[in-house]
Structures are given as C-alpha cells and as structure tokens.
Design a protein around this ligand. Structure first.
Ligand SMILES: Cc1cc2nc3c(=O)[nH]c(=O)nc-3n(C[C@H](O)[C@H](O)[C@H](O)COP(=O)(O)O)c2cc1C
Length: 538
C-alpha cells in the first residue's frame, strides 16, 4: 500500500500543518507497518502555473506541454492508494504552490462533459485513470482561533476532487501554537489525537469521538487571541516593535486563567536582572494586564535573568530546580508559585485523574482514621474497643473505594489491624497502643528515605501530581515534615510506654493530643515558610 503525503506549505518542514499530518501518518503506520510512505514536498519543486492551453486534452492527450517536475509528481499522485493533503489555509483557500499542483492535475481527466454522480456542481470530466479506490485525508491548520467556517471553499474544492464525503478532514485553528515550545503540553495532546485519527483511519474511518476532540479549541478563544497578539512583539497602539522582554511578559500574562481568581487581585512583578527591565502583570477578576511602569506594590516579585525565565517557560529548565539552585529569586507571596499551573495553565484536574486511574486523589484523613480507630478504641477497652476498632478499620476501605490508595494506607491498615488483634488476644491494650504510636512514627520516618515521603503521597496533586516528586523544594519540604512527625511519634511511643507502666496513661494521652496539635500548626507554617525562604535565596 502506497501512502503519499503532499506538503503544500511554503514553509516546507517547518510547517505546522505537516506536524499534524506526520502525527496522523505515525498513527496510521502503527496499524499498517507495511505501508510504503512518501513525503512529497511541493516547496522547491518546479511546478509552473497551468497555461490553460488544454494541450493535455487535445494536442498531447494525458501529457502537459510544460516541461517541469510535474510529470513525475503526477505519476506518484496517480499510483498512491492513500493521498494525505497537508497545507496551511491561505485566504480561506489553499496556498499558491498547492493550487498550481491541483490545476496541473488536468491531464488526469478526460475532456468530455459528464454529470457528477453525487450532484456536486454543474458538471465534471471523467477520469483518465481508474483511481476510484484512492482514499484521501485533508489536513490543515489555520491562524484564526477556530477552523469552523474557515474551510468552506477548501471543502467545496475537495468535494469536486475526491467526491462529496470521499475524504476525511483534520482542520485545526490556532495553528501557530504548534511552534510555541512553551505550549507543547497542550499541542502534544492535539498531536496525540491526530495519531489516534491515523490509527482509526487505518481501521476504516475516524471515529466521531476523535473528530469531536479534533474540533475542540486548543486554547480558549480569549487566551489564544491575547497570546497571538502579544507574539508579534509589536505595540498595539503604535504598531512599532516593543522590547522583547515586554512582549514575552505579555505572552505570559496572556496565559492567565481568570477563573483562578479567588477574590484577591495579585500583582506579579517580573524584574529581569540582566536587562534592568521591570514589568508588572496584574492578575485580576476580569483578566490580566501588563504595565511597563510599576502601578501597584507587588504581591509576588520574581527577580530573574531574562534567559533563565525564558528557558523555564520553554520547558528547557525546571523552574523549581532552578529556584533551588538560586538561578532566580522570588519575594513576597510564594503561594502564586506553588499554584502556578492553576493561574497560568490548565489540565491539572485531568492529569491527576489520569494518574490515579480515574479515582479521586488519596486523602491522608482515611489513613489517620485507621490509626485513630486503634488508639481510641483500644484505649477505651482492650477487647470490646479492639473489636470495634477492627470493624472500623475494615469498613474504611469500603467507604473510601472511590479514592486512590497509597502504600501508606495499606501499611496503616495492616499494622493497625495486627495491633487490634494483639490487644484482643492478650488483653494488653495499652501496649498495643504504645507500639501503634511507635509504628506510626517509624512509618513516617522511614518514608523520608523513599521516593515518596508519606505527606508527599497525599499532597502531591496540589503541586502538579507525580511531577511534584521531581520538584526539589517540594521533596525537601516533605522530607523534613515527614522526619519531624516520625521522630515525634517514636518519642511519643517510648514515652507512652514508660508512662503506662507508671500508670499515667491518661495524662500521657492529653500530652499526645497537645503535641500532635502543635506539630500540626508547625506543619502548616513550615510548608509555606520553607519554600518561600528557599525561593528568596536565603
Ligand atoms: C498569506 C497568508 C494567508 C493566510 N490566510 C489565512 C486565513 O485565511 N485564515 C486563517 O485562519 N489563517 C490564515 N493564515 C494563517 C495560516 O493558515 C497559519 O499560520 C497556519 O498555521 C500556517 O500553517 P503552516 O505552518 O502549515 O504553513 C494565513 C497565512 C498567510 C501567510
């Protein structure tokens, strides 16, 4: 099977549309590995415009009078089993080189007048060659926010070339986003859909679900248009070139998701240390604004060399790692940095769902309830209490089936159940409770030496999901917190054991509650303070 991919973009390999077509072809090839594929680049080929002499119909039937590259190309076009037409939309039609190629297909037709079987148009010409088995796919990007209504004349032309309904289409608005590295996360999702379309086409046809996905906007209209406007690096009022850092900052601001506004206006000040330029991005209810002169006191200040921030935006440098290495500094409210994706990105909810296999992210509360069942139940009564605690421990997983489970949930359930069993069998409830405290502490402490410290396993989805585990500030913060809880509960375990032997378990319980509450306050403070402290370069 021969697949001919025709690239009609004057940009050649740098074509946005070609990226979609290549992804489609990749998907197709995954299903039909034996397919023979050829890329036909129209750029650089000698294809003169048709002269309209009809020589190919009467003088030299089937052969054009012009001696250029077209004869060889026509041969490939005729022999292909599948033709993929890839091109940008130019003035609501196909670009010139592709139009020349299409016009020069005239030798493929016989001159006689015929009626179109599918009722397309007012007449047609019979084909000179039997290419009725050929399948066609038309893939194109355009510059406006949506492909809708922009392709009417293109479709009308391909209806005549391939027959109405005789071709599949992938039409994509916001085409220029495909060359923006900073947005690869979003455009890669679209390319993946193209691969899926290719696989489905190989199996018969593109499914309605994939077609619906391909018709979705890559970015919301407003965001896209703000980004597009800023990308030209030209002042809207004067039409003159503006400083590169300003247009870059405008593009950053363009990504602001105003749905993330939480009742507080924020002022993100970007100070490009090497350029000595400062811009403010005002993040407000109705959107974002960029000012070249500071308008208000900043709420968050980023002091960074321009190239460092640009590399971070392009995904060439991890922002969190660069911060840890003091390549830039952040002052003021650090919560903006921690929730960057909420303010300037999207897709996190989808991402956490994908990472948890469609379940809700794990909650630490369920794990804590398991231990509390042991500590409270067994403290009240070694046997009845232990029995009741066992029942609670058994029921928690049933009631929390919709939530993802971590290894710490499994460990907690097993350890707490075993200790309830110990209390039931021996009647030594206080001992089981003391061992429980120590085991709880040991679990926290040992978790510091794993890839996913205990608290990190539960809070990571608020910080970008599994990717947070590659964030050195997040990891260090969580290791310290996990170690602190581990040491506290190991000490509590030992102290509770000594106090219970001295008959002061009641007093010990009060001390444990007080210490736990204090550690809770410390955790809440430390998880904000430590990243901000590191970010400020201290
Ligand atoms: C001369 C010219 C005309 C264009 N006309 C349109 C148009 O009519 N509608 C549109 O949405 N985009 C239009 N565009 C934008 C391109 O379709 C868009 O940039 C596309 O993604 C480029 O694809 P390519 O990288 O495959 O060449 C035009 C671009 C140029 C250079």
């Amino acid at each position: 099977m021969k697949v001919l991919l025709i690239n009609g973009s004057p940009k050649g390999k740098a074509s946005n549309s070609l990226r979609l077509a290549e992804a489609f072809l990749e998907g197709f090839k995954a299903s039909v590995p034996e397919a023979e594929t050829e890329l036909l680049e129209l750029r650089g080929k000698r294809i003169e415009p048709c002269r309209g002499c009809f020589g190919c119909w009467s003088g030299t039937p089937g052969r054009c009078v012009i001696d250029d590259d077209m004869a060889g190309l026509l041969d490939k076009r005729i022999k292909a089993d599948i033709v993929i037409w890839s091109f940008p939309l130019y003035f609501f039609g196909v670009p010139g080189p592709l139009k020349n190629f299409i016009d020069r297909q005239l030798p493929m037709a016989l001159p006689f007048m015929e009626e179109n079987a599918d009722g397309t148009g007012s007449g047609s010409h019979p084909p000179r060659y039997d290419i009725s088995g050929q399948r066609h796919v038309v893939i194109s990007t355009c510059g406006f926010y949506s492909a809708e209504k922009n392709y009417d004349s293109v479709c009308s032309m391909f209806d005549h070339i391939c027959g109405k309904g005789g071709y599949e289409t992938v039409f994509c608005g916001q085409g220029e986003l495909f060359r923006v590295k900073e947005l690869a996360g979003r455009t890669d999702e679209y390319l993946e859909l193209c691969r899926r379309a290719g696989r489905e086409f190989a199996a018969g046809g593109i499914s309605p679900e994939t077609k619906a996905g391909l018709a979705q906007l890559i970015l919301p209209k407003e965001t896209f248009e703000r980004l597009a406007d800023a990308s030209w690096g030209v002042d809207r009022e004067t039409g003159e070139k503006e400083p590169e850092a300003l247009s870059f900052t405008r593009q950053m601001a363009g990504l602001y998701n105003k749905k993330s506004w939480d009742g507080t206006d924020r002022v993100l000040e970007m100070h490009y240390t090497d350029l000595g330029e400062t811009y403010q991005i005002l993040l407000e209810k109705d959107g974002s604004r960029v000012t070249a002169k500071p308008e208000k006191p900043y709420t968050t200040l980023i002091e960074t060399p321009f190239d460092v921030w640009r590399s971070i935006a392009a995904g060439e440098l991890r922002g969190d790692a660069a911060l840890m290495e003091h390549k830039y500094r952040v002052k003021g409210d650090f919560s903006l940095m921690l929730q960057w994706d909420r303010f300037f990105g999207s897709g996190e909810a989808k991402k956490s769902e994908a990472e948890t296999g469609g379940k809700k992210p794990a909650r630490m509360l369920w794990m804590l309830l398991t231990w509390m069942a042991l500590w409270i139940g067994v403290s009240i009564d070694s046997r009845i209490g232990a029995f009741a605690a066992l029942a609670v421990i058994a029921l928690i997983p049933v009631f929390t089936a919709a939530f993802e489970k971590t290894v710490y949930d499994a460990l907690s359930t097993s350890a707490a159940a075993l200790l309830c069993g110990l209390a039931l069998l021996t009647g030594k409830g206080e001992l089981a409770v003391c061992i429980g405290y120590a085991a709880f502490g040991l679990m926290w402490l040992l978790s510091c030496f794993t890839r996913e410290p205990l608290c990190a396993a539960y809070v990571k989805y608020g910080y970008g999901g599994a990717d947070a585990l590659n964030n050195p500030i997040f990891m260090r913060t969580n290791r310290i917190i996990a170690a602190a809880w581990g040491v506290l509960y190991l000490i509590i375990g030992a102290a509770a054991f000594l106090m219970s032997r001295a008959g002061h378990m009641g007093a010990m319980q009060a001390i444990i509650y007080a210490l736990t509450a204090l550690m809770g306050v410390f955790t809440a403070w430390f998880q904000k303070w430590y990243p901000a402290h590191t970010a400020a370069g201290k």
